[in-house]
Design a binder for this molecule. Structure first.
Ligand code: TNX
Length: 526
């Protein structure tokens, strides 16, 4: 029965017998594990209708924190006919044990209310578990298409159900600004919506003429952060600078390089030449923005973007040329590094580290404690790790879940590299041949869900699942014992029915359902 678990645990030994949950079953915890116990009572209480009372003190299901258990985030689970004991290295380990218990109870335990009357049975035995990597991330792009708050909370639950622990929220881009900033209200008044969107990956300008928008208030974001923290998920916010900023420039034209041309929030996809200017006032503006960001997001790491910054406007700008002279720069790309460096220094003063896309390693912008997101491949990650920087592996050839899942003729809006479920499962985050000293700098890996072509939570479900289940196993489970066939069997026999019970509209293994196709919307496969 332990061979249903996904991601696969470090080890599990079955024993004879089973533990039955009933109206008398209590769930009790050490103070350090109380949040995990509360989650279990709440979640299983809803699905089973059982009271799962927090007393007596030596409950039938008991959570204990013991730092001698291998961690971080580790747990030991011992199930006997009359007791379930979780011994966790820390609160996160206790939470992951609770997730494992829910999986062991079967798909009905994933429903939000009582449908099945039981019996609710846990198999006896022992599980020992801990993650392979500390950064088990997923980026959600809420800038290209907004995801309403309840969808984000649901997505956090789905990440936690797969033992993933970082939600990288891409909050701003050319096509929309999604975070309320008190000091600069026009960022959301003007920047949070656009007049329409490009349909598919047309090169021609085919427009749907349908306004799109939305934003989170700071209280919405604080709620997301707290909800995620209770589920051991850290929300890493991204404000992308100095490129991918047209929505901000539309709201505050003084941030841009084209004072005579009024820009709109961009209704198209792709790389955009409208980047920030390099005035002191623009640096100050974004320092103010990041002050509000750190106020809302306690994450030790804050993403400043730094990807895809065309220098065409700077080449023509007297202000940029003056700044280059002042800084002794011969290449305008140095301004990209300078801008990111200014943000990094500002965040460092506030006790935060920056995360940036791998371009920041090439433009002279890298403070020693910066974390590099290696996206254009693995090479930038290798270079950064060899130089002693921490890195998160996000290669677009392997971990971009907006990219097409198959060459099936009905695959909706097929863009990017072919990235099958099996390709994701086979991904190895530590590049071959990386010396051990550098491999220690690979914090983990991250799957990316960019949403140019995912215009609703239903489309995000389709792109994310089941590939995110394969990704969970890449970052959680030990490298030894990796077994594609075993994974596919667990997925098909046990895990998809959990996703069904949760209401996840994943891509069926044999291709999209008719209503998941997008006839006539062109992609652009690479
Ligand atoms: C590249 S990844 C981008 C994103 C796009 C994505 C589409 C990165 C740092 N930049 O802006 O959404 O490709 O797959």
């Amino acid at each position: 029965m332990f061979d249903t678990l996904l991601p696969r645990p470090v080890s599990a030994q079955p024993a004879p017998g089973s533990f039955h949950l009933d109206v008398t079953t209590s769930v009790q915890a050490d103070p350090a594990a109380e949040s995990a116990a509360r989650w279990l009572r709440h979640t299983l209480g809803a699905a089973t209708g059982l009271p799962l009372s927090p007393t007596p003190a030596d409950g039938d299901i008991r959570f204990v924190v013991d730092p001698t258990v291998p961690g971080p985030e580790g747990y030991r689970l011992e199930i006997t006919p009359d007791r379930v004991v979780v011994t966790a290295s820390d609160p996160a380990g206790a939470f992951y044990a609770a997730q494992t218990l829910r999986q062991l109870l079967g798909a009905p335990a994933f429903r939000a209310s009582v449908v099945h009357r039981g019996p609710w049975v846990l198999p006896c035995g022992r599980v020992q578990d801990r993650p392979r990597f500390g950064w088990r991330g997923c980026l959600l792009d809420v800038a290209r298409h907004f995801m309403p708050k309840d969808g984000v909370l649901r997505f956090v639950d789905l990440l936690a159900a797969h033992k993933l622990n970082v939600l990288h929220l891409h909050l701003t881009d050319d096509q929309g600004w999604r975070m309320q900033i008190h000091r600069y209200p026009r960022l959301t008044e003007i920047g949070s919506w656009r007049a329409g969107s490009r349909v598919g990956a047309h090169r021609e300008l085919v427009h749907d003429g349908r306004p799109h928008g939305g934003y989170y208030t700071q209280d919405d974001l604080r709620e997301i952060v707290a909800y995620a923290a209770e589920r051991q998920v850290t929300v890493v916010p991204e404000i992308d600078v100095p490129g991918h900023c047209q929505a901000a420039i539309a709201a505050y034209p003084e941030l841009g390089n084209t004072p005579d041309e009024r820009l709109e929030v961009w209704p198209f996809w792709g790389v955009n030449e409208n980047v920030l200017n390099v005035a002191d006032a623009t640096v100050t503006f974004f320092c103010d923005v990041f002050d509000e960001v750190v106020d809302v997001f306690p994450s030790p790491v804050v993403c400043v973007g730094g990807d895809e910054v065309p220098t065409t406007q700077w080449e023509r700008s007297p202000l940029a040329r003056q700044r280059m002279a002042e800084l002794g720069l011969s290449d305008p790309a140095g301004l990209h590094g300078w801008f990111v460096g200014r943000m990094a220094a500002h965040l460092a003063d506030r006790g935060r580290r920056v995360l940036g896309w791998d371009e920041i390693g090439e433009v002279g912008a890298l403070p020693p404690d910066a974390v590099v997101a290696s996206w254009r491949g693995e090479e930038a990650g290798v270079t950064a790790a060899l130089a002693g920087h921490d890195v998160v592996m996000c290669p677009e050839q392997r971990l971009y879940l907006d990219h097409r899942q198959s060459d099936h003729p009905d695959e909706p809006v097929p863009v990017g590299y072919l990235t099958t479920l099996q390709d994701v499962y086979r991904y190895e985050p530590v590049p071959a041949g990386l010396p051990a000293e550098a491999a220690r700098h690979v914090l983990g890996a991250q799957a990316q869900i960019w949403t140019e072509h995912l215009d609703s939570p239903r489309r995000v479900d389709y792109a994310a699942f089941p590939r995110l289940a394969a990704f969970a196993e890449v970052v959680w489970s030990p490298a030894e014992g990796k077994d594609l066939t075993g994974f596919e069997q667990r997925l098909a026999r046990h895990h998809l029915s959990r996703l069904d019970a949760l209401g996840v509209e994943y891509r069926p293994l044999d291709g999209p359902r008719p209503w998941q196709t997008r006839p006539g919307v062109p992609g652009r496969p690479r």
